[in-house]
Design a protein around this ligand. Structure first.
Ligand code: CUA
Length: 384
């Protein structure tokens, strides 16, 4: 029935439909081309360090060799189709089978290409495996993936100071950053496209990588913010699991590390907030420095054994007042957004464990008055 009604369509309408499809196709292709060329945000086409640069070089070689192969093969194919197509009155052409020298050539060329590109790839892998020796001292950062946020642990951020923070990684420029990746729940993937390729964060297994941001590759003034995100489907809010990397001068990094510590509760508002925090939030969030390992272990056990209301691993909030974003990079951190977040995190991040497991949210939005939320914010953002 449908085909007969289609064939009844006036010719003009069908051709205008075809025109529109062609226009749409061209626009989509142009849009993809423009997006593909964009160097903003998360682009692998703009390398800010040696690891990303080596990966980009390898990618370019692979890409252009394959483009050349594609054009040559398709060119010969199209030429043969057009030039030797059957014409009216043509006799059946002579039937041939096999051509030894052609077959040898067509075996040798791809073998050389595949071997060459394969060997280059393996050498690149070895080259970017570890920071070059004799360079500046690497800074170690342990990154732990959680549904749906990133935890960053600096065992020694300088002068032996241990730092644990969340969703925003600060790194000094021109210094190798050695990274250990792990997960507390499911498989995540750590990716800062301008610094290095992605690597999985796997529970009970540590994956290692490193990267470096080079000052001679970054044209803007420091500090510069780079964007990263989880690159492995890890549950409901996977797309909302982002993070930022701030590249800073070593001096600025040192100042940040030195200032890392509990927020001072000076105003009356902040004092009330501190008390509220202690009663309602400190089961899961730490705010006075790096998390205590025993407490972290308890939170993880609580999470794994899963009561309805229980302690779970949650972002360390110690340096919240120095951060740019909220909820793992999904919105800017301001008093207003933090207010909205505390009132109902489910609006921002569906499925988050704060809404699910905290006693405050068992009936939906937070069972806190506006004044209480205000005082909490006063405490959390005191120094901003
Ligand atoms: Cu974590 Cu996707």
């Amino acid at each position: 029935m449908q085909s007969s009604s289609n064939s009844n369509q006036p010719k003009g309408r069908r051709s205008s439909l075809r025109n529109r499809s062609v226009q749409f196709g061209l626009m989509a292709a142009f849009f993809l081309f423009v997006v593909g060329c964009s160097k903003d945000g998360q682009s692998t086409w703009e390398a800010f360090g040696p690891v990303a640069q080596k990966q980009l070089d390898l990618f370019n070689v692979l890409l252009w060799v394959m483009v050349a192969v594609f054009i040559i093969v398709e060119g010969v194919l199209v030429y043969a189709i057009v030039r030797y197509r059957r014409r009216p009155g043509d006799e059946k052409p002579p039937q041939i089978h096999g051509n030894t020298s052609l077959e040898i050539i067509l075996t040798i060329i791809p073998t050389i290409l595949v071997l060459g590109l394969g060997i280059w790839s393996v050498f690149t892998l070895f080259e970017i495996d570890e920071p070059p020796e004799g360079g500046p001292d690497p800074l170690q950062v342990n990154v732990i993936g959680h549904q749906w946020w990133f935890e960053f642990e600096y065992p020694d951020a300088g002068n032996g100071k241990k730092i644990i923070t969340a969703n925003e990684m600060r790194i000094p420029v021109d210094r190798p950053i050695t990274i250990s990746l792990e997960s507390d729940d499911v498989i995540h993937s750590f990716w800062v496209p301008k610094l290095a390729g992605k690597l999985d964060m796997v529970p009970t297994h540590v994956n290692k990588m490193w990267f470096q941001a080079d000052s001679d590759k970054i044209t803007e003034d420091l500090p510069v913010t780079l964007y990263g995100q989880c690159a492995e489907l890890c549950g409901l809010s996977h797309a909302l699991m982002r993070f930022r990397v701030t590249v800073m001068e070593q001096d600025d990094f040192d100042s940040w590390a030195a200032a890392y510590g509990p927020p001072p509760a000076v105003s009356d508002k902040a004092k009330a907030g501190k008390e509220l925090f202690g009663k309602n939030c400190s089961t899961c969030h730490t705010i006075d420095g790096p998390d205590d390992p025993a407490q972290s272990a308890n939170r993880l056990t609580g999470f794994m054994t899963a009561g309805d209301i229980t302690a779970v691993p949650a972002p360390n909030l110690t340096d919240l007042r120095t951060r740019q974003t909220l909820g793992a990079g999904i919105t800017d951190l301001t008093e207003e957004t933090l207010q909205d977040w505390i009132r109902n995190p489910e609006d921002f991040k569906p499925g988050n464990y704060m809404s699910e497991r905290s006693v405050l949210y068992q009936n939906g939005p937070a069972s806190l008055t506006d004044d209480e939320i205000d005082s909490l914010i006063g405490y959390l953002l005191d120094l901003r």
